[in-house]
Write a protein that binds this ligand. Sequence first.
Ligand SMILES: NC(=O)c1ccc[n+]([C@@H]2O[C@H](COP(=O)([O-])OP(=O)(O)OC[C@H]3O[C@@H](n4cnc5c(N)ncnc54)[C@H](OP(=O)(O)O)[C@@H]3O)[C@@H](O)[C@H]2O)c1
Length: 318
Amino acid sequence: MLFFSLGFYLSIYFAVKLYIFSAFILLFQILKPHSRPKSLRNGNNLVAIVTGGAKGIGLSVVKKLARLNVHVIIASRCKKEAIHAIETIKSQNRKAKVEYLMLDLSSVKSIKNFVAEFKKRELQLNILINNAGVMLTSYTNTECGLEEEIMESGEIGRQSRIVNVSSHAHYATYPFSVDSMIKRSYFSSHRAYCESKLCQIMFGNMLHRQLMANGSLVTVNSCHPGVVNTDLYENLHTTTSWFLNKLRILFKTADQGADTIIHSVMSTEIEGTGGLYLSNCKRFHSLTVCNNRKEQEKLWDFTMSTLKTMLEKVNEKF
Ligand SMILES: NC(=O)c1ccc[n+]([C@@H]2O[C@H](COP(=O)([O-])OP(=O)(O)OC[C@H]3O[C@@H](n4cnc5c(N)ncnc54)[C@H](OP(=O)(O)O)[C@@H]3O)[C@@H](O)[C@H]2O)c1
């Protein structure tokens, strides 16, 4: 008889738990009519960075922002897709301000180069959309380091905004603690995705609090774009993938998926408000742990020390 490690069984358990959660999330989405963003502010003189803006939900966000006259920078590792996206946008609206800058969030060197290139443009950053993400790989998400760039750009009545594109999948991490995440001895790709989405919300809430405490005019929110028909699910196991493809017709389109993100960064209804979790263009509940200050601080310290080590390694190399 074949025996597997405990970690293997726990990974299977978590994957099943996630699929059950996802079924409920999809059912909930089908029952709720789609809401569109309202009371959008003027995009003139606003500069936005959209990570992963060359395809999927990110690309729809870029198109919608460009239509609102926002100067958009597509931060992506895929030059070909980004250039094609820019050509399409400009063919429909010659005045659209859309640019491409190379960014691979899995490389600290690439992040540093991106920030340096952005600084060269001497633009004020008003909107940062942390949209890039992958599912079910060994990918580790890294913070972009652009928070410093956006820090000084807010004005009273026209605050700058950061939004983290998270997911209702974060509910599947319940019960969650930062210690158990750090100390875990096995790797589960399903769990890693859900925890990364939870950490985005926790980190965003803590960043928002810190910015407020320092009198900054920048708000940070998180959102769930919906269950959206994109390439995100391409790493699923063949059987799951076959089943999921049958359900895709029930998913939101990428354009609909972009709506809550646009609401987060452009709606006047939430001007000056941060630390929110938004879904379907409305406030929604995130897991209670997302607002637990002790857990937020542990995550903050862990993130900072990990980033410090990564930056030291890069500085040694180059
Ligand atoms: N689709 C859904 O149902 C759903 C539900 C909840 C939340 N979300 C979240 O929505 C966001 C967008 O996902 P999507 O559905 O639009 O998926 P997608 O079509 O697969 O797009 C993901 C984007 O992230 C980029 N990306 C991945 N790794 C990157 C890296 N290391 N550096 C730079 N860019 C990177 C990808 O660029 P490449 O083309 O270079 O890979 C791509 O542009 C993700 O954060 C996802 O977790 C999606």
